[in-house]
Design a protein around this ligand. Structure first.
Ligand code: GLN
Ligand code: ZN
Length: 772
């Protein structure tokens, strides 16, 4: 029996971020369309030959994208909302980028505050963007009208198949499946049932498959990640309809139905009943499904086993995987592959020349992962002896990770293992604390504050870059930051804010800043992964037990508080957010790593309190995005996430006021957990939703204080006093006035001072109006 290696998708951004450069210079008008196409062609050619060279037998095409593969699919089927103009023939690049980024009148203003949103100054807004399943990749949400029709409007998938073929690669094109595509979209009006569109969508898919077949493709990888979600019967029926129809229409093409990010669960029988030739399973996230699939699957169904983690950066235990695969490969032909597309991993570990060599020996990025698969395939096809050296190396890496003192710290493990419930419990219930805080802080009704950061001006970023390059001394850099902080505090006092912040000028990023000071984290130089479009992130890698060797924010807080008599908020990032925005170790449960971080931040909270800090904000911007894909797993996640937050926040006296902040406003389905976090004050994003989303808090009699954002910081607009006062009046109808705080939606780091100064002055005026 033979084993083949496949990849399901390769990172498209280029090892040197070539795509970003090509796109941004095209958008800026400094390069031509031809330049852009040439850069893209070059990237594709490199990706194909790279995968081939690493030993992949089956390589994908159409995994490349200028911006996003869901947007590509919308373009393919002609799902282009009217506001972008009428499309005759193919969707052109101008329309494509208008959907991606809006069409701007003047001056581009792409911003990212870290909470996954962006804004543009444009007359046609970009399509909505949201997270791709539980990843940090964002896709553009397809939008369907009630009279939606579909028509083949892009030949990209066929063109790229042909392009690869000319270079000697007979690829397996990747196509986002019709059911997942519809489910990822939204109806322009809420009453539209997206699945009703399936009948009119399928002919376009059949057309694409026919054209691919004519071009020579034998197999097509059809991605249906929706199969790992909780699905209703109607959706399961849609899968049957879709695949029966496609195989009937194009019987000659073989479909590899591809699932990832979880197990098939209750959709397993549906998946196995579909008339496809192959099925890909994510065996990293859901190893347990293999046995059932093996026992139920038709012997002719070609199984593609996702055994290498496509979502993380750890080297695999090849010998353990072989133990699992050998008996299977003895009985049937199989494909082995990464669990999902490699889009979510950085490209090449070899570029990290300054990374700690021991840590580096535990890692594998996209290129190395394909190498691991090729080793596995050789071992399965020719016996382990054929790749003895590589297997021994893998075993050595596993052993060194298991035993390294760099990773394992008994004191940290013991501390995190404590079961003492009082560690996660404030001394008194909220009403008692509220009284103590009133006495300590003497705040007016409708107290005003901001979320933490102030504009990261060019000056601030330049100073940071110069310091990193050692062009200015640490003393000069810190003096500069102090100046910035002092002047921000002076301005806040003049403006009349009640609870001040230091402005976060010293922070590059709300996670990285802490990660760099905690042990157990490493940072890379080139390990970028796509977040959306030309925006890439370089997540920290949590490799070991986490400790806090020294206070992280204390000196900045002390300095800032010394500039003012008003209460100055300590500003920390919470454990769940640090976890969710990092590559996390896979040798212990995420919950345990989170707990370790929680204790480290708890120490910081206590140090701040000891120094006299009266108000401490612990940001949990990413709490919601860590929610598992399946409902049944939500409770477990929320329980440990909330417990971690409480460990961080609970070591203080009643009079110390704990704030938390979250950059979204959908709380309905998690409100009980939000309440269980037991923060004294929570600030959330609500400006654009007109306070309607506060209802979750009303309905659940949320007991503590709330700052619903009244200033939409994603827009350059300066809200007026009356606008914000109106929002507060609306808020007062949902929760009591005693509960309300007045603040912006999020941090102000992406805004300009010219916008922030008048906007915050108006915000203070609005609060005063309500008090009066
Ligand atoms: N304190 C952070 C800031 O103000 C919070 C950022 C966020 O929630 N994304 O920038
Ligand atoms: Zn925020």
């Amino acid at each position: 029996m033979t084993v083949q290696v496949a990849t399901l998708g390769f990172p498209r951004i280029g090892a040197r971020r070539e795509l970003k450069k090509a796109l941004e210079s095209f958008w800026a008008g400094t390069s031509t369309k031809a330049d852009l196409h040439q850069a893209a062609e070059h990237l594709r050619a490199e990706a194909w030959s790279r995968q081939k060279a690493q030993g992949a037998d089956i390589i994908p095409s159409n995994d490349f994208s200028f911006y996003d593969h869901v947007l590509d699919t919308s373009a393919m089927v002609g799902a282009v909302p009217e506001i972008y103009g009428k499309v005759d023939g193919n969707v052109d690049l101008t329309t494509y980028f208008a959907m991606a980024r809006g069409r701007q009148v003047k001056g581009e203003s792409h911003e990212d505050c870290g909470c996954g949103k962006h804004s543009h100054s444009s007359d046609v807004p970009a399509a909505e963007m949201t997270k791709w399943f539980d990843t940090n990749y964002h896709y553009l949400v397809p939008e369907f009208s009630a009279d939606q029709t579909f028509r083949l409007s892009s030949t990209k998938i066929i063109d790229e198949y042909r392009e690869a073929k000319e270079q000697g690669h007979d690829t397996r094109p990747v196509l986002l499946g019709p059911v997942s595509f519809l489910l990822l979209g939204k109806g322009r009006d809420a009453s539209l049932n997206r699945l009703d569109l399936l009948g009119s969508l399928l002919p376009v898919y059949a057309d694409v498959l026919t054209k691919l077949h004519e071009a020579g493709a034998q197999w097509v990888q059809i991605d249906e990640p929706a199969l790992v979600l909780d699905l209703e019967d109607a959706t399961q029926a849609a899968f049957k309809q879709a695949y029966q129809s496609l195989t009937q229409a194009v019987p000659a093409i073989k479909l590899l139905l591809t699932t990832y990010f979880g197990g098939l669960g209750h959709n397993l029988d549906t998946a196995l009943s579909l008339p496809v030739h192959g099925l890909h399973l994510d065996l990293v996230r859901a190893p347990e499904q293999l046995d059932t699939v093996l026992s139920k699957a038709h012997p002719d169904l070609l199984l593609s086993l996702g055994v290498i983690d496509g979502r993380n950066i750890w080297r695999a235990d090849l010998n353990a995987i072989l133990d699992r695969l050998e008996p299977i490969a003895a009985k049937r032909d199989i494909i082995i592959a990464p669990s999902c597309s490699l889009l979510h991993t950085p490209i090449d570990l070899e570029r990290e020349t300054t990374l700690d060599p021991e840590v580096k020996s535990w890692l594998a990025f996209a290129v190395q992962k394909i190498g691991e698969l090729s080793t596995l395939a050789k071992a399965l096809n020719q016996g382990r002896d054929a790749v003895r050296a590589a297997l021994d190396e893998s075993a050595a890496a596993v052993k060194s990770r298991k035993n390294s003192v760099r990773i394992h710290n008994t004191a940290v493990k013991e501390r995190a293992a404590q079961k003492d419930a009082s560690l996660a419990k404030r001394l008194s219930p909220f009403p008692v604390r509220q009284k103590a805080q009133e006495e300590a802080l003497h705040l007016p009704l409708f107290p005003t504050t901001t979320i933490g950061s102030f504009p990261q001006t060019k000056e601030v970023r330049q100073a940071r870059a110069k310091h990193a390059k050692k062009e200015i001394s640490t003393a000069d850099y810190e003096a500069f930051l102090k100046e910035q902080t002092a002047s921000a505090i002076k301005w806040q006092e003049e403006t009349g804010l009640d609870v001040l912040v230091h402005g976060e000028f010293e922070r590059n990023d709300m996670v990285q800043y802490f990660g760099e000071q905690l042990s157990g984290f490493v940072f890379t130089k080139h390990a970028w992964v796509q977040s959306y479009g030309s925006r890439y992130v370089r997540p920290p890698i949590i490799y070991g037990d986490v400790t806090r060797p020294a206070p992280m924010t204390l000196d900045w807080w002390k300095y800032a508080q010394s500039c003012t008599q008003k209460p100055l908020k300590g500003m920390l990032t919470g454990p769940v957010t640090i976890l969710n925005w990092s590559f996390v170790r896979d040798d212990q449960p995420r919950s345990e790593t989170c707990r370790q971080i929680a204790f480290a931040i708890r120490d910081e909270v206590q140090d701040l309190e000891k120094a006299g800090c009266p108000v401490i904000q612990i940001d949990e911007a990413a709490l919601r995005e860590g929610l598992p894909l399946r409902r049944q797993d939500w409770k477990t996640y929320l329980d440990w996430a909330v417990e971690s937050f409480r460990i961080t926040s609970s070591g203080v006296q009643d009079k110390t006021q704990i704030h938390t902040h979250m950059c979204y406003s959908e709380f309905n389905d998690i409100i009980e957990s939000i309440a269980a976090m037991d923060a004294d004050v929570i600030s959330i994003e609500t400006a654009r939703s007109k306070m309607e989303l506060l209802e979750a808090f009303t309905d659940h009699h949320y007991p503590a204080e709330i700052g619903p954002g009244v200033y939409d910081i994603h827009s350059p607009r300066i809200p007026t006093v009356s606008e914000m006062a109106d929002l507060l009046v609306a808020a007062e109808k949902k929760v009591s006035r005693r509960q309300l705080w007045v603040n912006p939606d999020c941090g102000l780091k992406t805004r300009r001072w010219e916008e922030v100064r008048p906007a915050i002055a108006n915000l203070v005026a609005a609060a005063r109006e309500l008090r009066g």
